[in-house]
Ligand binder design. Structure first.
Ligand SMILES: *Cc1c(COP(=O)(O)O)cnc(C)c1O
Length: 504
């Protein structure tokens, strides 16, 4: 039997060598090493076997309730139980985005370099908001790499964020500060009076996080204009110009246009140059939301659509989308990083940073910030290299083309949109009589339940249609064929149930 002063291999409460004190969080070094190795083995097996598993599994109701109820016991438990818990209670019920036949939303699987980097960065556990340390410098560098890949100017910088929503928020707040500074209205009555007249513009295809960001910076809904789009889902420039003119004539203060480099619903691109011209003409900031399409200028086939990207004021990119960096990595990129700093540098006596190398907390809302974002992004980019990034994006374009061709050629399927980014919206050849929306929703649900593939729906011209996003590096044309087969099987199974459709 172990005495009180001998290291325990099982009790979580006892420290090893000294043994005199009990440190509640300490783990015996050998136990830690063994569990770490076991976890690493499990991760490798899990990722390797994932494509053979169902894309998702329905969660038993009792299991959901048990997880959501909380279950903290009074006594601490063995480290060994952690992996068992993940294996039995968590891993069997993923979102599905690790699977090559997952096409819902815009979620990718984690890159292998990213998975390893996440663990390593956790161990280093630097906070990328303060202090002088390597991970913060690495973040500065990798942000620059990302900006250069996107085609921004050489001066660009920025910060990593939790995702695209946070990046859009940072950039909108920056646009507002930049505008008010130029008016000399950053405080006092001047601020109140100017702020009450600020107007921003986004297209009717904008991601909802733009409206959320506008609300958070205090812009009421009526002063966030939704500009109509043309048949191809791009912002209607004439309508934008008319809206700006109207607002100026009414004494309002247009300060920012948010365009899309890859609309979420259908993959459309607002070419930056003409929108930037309009912004310059009226002293406005041009922010582009390129959460998942922000790197498309790397592809020769798309470069023309990105004309003028270097002149953007700011750009959102989500490395956790197109680049498969593990979830929790977005980026707010700004052509003049000092503008970002002007919005977020607040000083305090207990935070005395180096003014030559401003801490990254001066460029964002967060103070204590994870270093995982920087290292996972760096590891993924380093593994790919510039040519690898291009090859990855090309792969997605090729897969989308294959899927569109298959849909186009199939008598029971109809293509609704044509990108140009790799989102494919389509419908079943049912009458457009109001029953199709419910039918498509039911087909998506049935397909999800069958577990061989996964896709979601989206609204297209007032109708709910099927939507497949391609951003999984594991996906092959065989997975796309599986998807279409599953759509047709689900439709066949449901056909007789839907009013207006008869069984074939
Ligand atoms: C996904 C997405 C966002 C939001 O990004 P999160 O990382 O989910 O917060 C913003 N804009 C566009 C265009 C997107 O596709």
């Amino acid at each position: 039997m172990l005495s009180q002063f001998e290291p325990s291999l099982s009790s979580p409460g006892l420290r090893s060598e000294t043994g005199a004190d009990t440190a509640p969080l300490s783990v015996h070094p050998k136990v830690f090493r063994d569990e770490l190795a076991r976890a690493a083995e499990w991760v490798a097996d899990y990722l390797e076997q994932l494509p053979e598993q169902p894309v998702t599994r329905p969660m038993p109701e009792a299991h959901r309730r048990a997880l959501a109820a909380g279950s903290l016991p009074d006594d601490g438990q063995d480290l060994a139980g952690l992996l068992d818990f993940v294996r039995e209670s968590v891993a069997p019920y993923p979102t599905g985005n690790g699977h090559p036949a997952f096409f819902a939303w815009i979620n990718s699987p984690p890159s292998q370099p990213g998975v390893i980097a996440e663990l390593l960065a956790c161990a280093v556990n630097a906070t990328c908001g303060m202090g002088e340390h390597a991970l913060m410098d690495l973040e500065r560098g990798v942000v620059r790499d990302l900006a250069v890949l996107a085609g921004l100017s050489a001066t660009a910088g920025g910060v990593l964020t939790s995702g695209g929503s946070m990046a859009n928020l940072l950039c909108l707040a920056t646009a507002r500060q930049w505008f008010l500074q130029r008016l000399g209205a950053t405080d006092g009555l001047a601020y109140d009076q100017a702020h009450a007249r600020l107007v921003a513009y986004h297209s009717d295809q904008a991601h909802m996080s733009v409206a959320k960001a506008a609300a958070v910076i205090g812009l009421p809904a009526w002063r966030l204009r939704s500009v109509p789009t043309t048949y191809d889902r791009r912002m209607d420039l004439a309508a934008l110009r008319a809206a700006v003119d109207r607002d100026r004539a009414a004494g309002l203060l247009p300060f920012c246009v948010v365009s899309n480099l890859g609309t979420t619903a259908s993959g459309a691109i607002d070419t930056p140059a003409p929108i930037t011209d309009l912004c310059r003409e009226h002293g406005m900031w041009h922010h582009a939301d390129g959460a998942w399409g922000g790197l498309g200028a790397l592809l020769p086939e798309l470069a023309a659509a990105y004309q003028g990207i270097a002149e953007l004021d700011s750009l959102t990119i989500d490395p956790h989308k197109a680049l498969s960096v593990p979830v929790g990595c977005g980026a707010a990129l700004v052509t003049d990083p000092e503008a970002l700093r002007a919005a977020f540098a607040f000083r305090a006596s207990y935070l005395d940073g180096d003014q030559e190398w401003p801490w990254l907390s001066e460029y964002t809302i967060e103070l204590t910030r994870p270093g995982t974002r920087a290292l996972t992004l760096w590891a993924t980019l380093r593994h790919l290299g510039r040519s690898g990034v291009t090859a990855l994006l090309t792969h997605y374009q090729d897969l989308a083309r294959h899927l569109r061709n298959r849909i186009h050629a199939h008598p029971e399927l109809q293509l609704c949109t044509s990108g140009p980014l790799p989102v494919v919206c389509f419908r079943l050849a049912t009458p457009e009589d109001g029953t199709a929306s419910a039918f498509h929703a039911a087909v998506a649900t049935r397909l999800q339940q069958r577990g061989h593939a996964y896709l979601a729906t989206v609204e297209h011209r007032g109708e709910t249609v099927l939507r497949a996003c391609i951003c999984n590096h594991l996906t092959t044309t065989a997975d796309l064929d599986t998807l279409l087969r599953e759509v047709l099987i689900a439709a066949e199974e449901l056909g007789p149930l839907v009013p207006g459709r008869t069984a074939r």
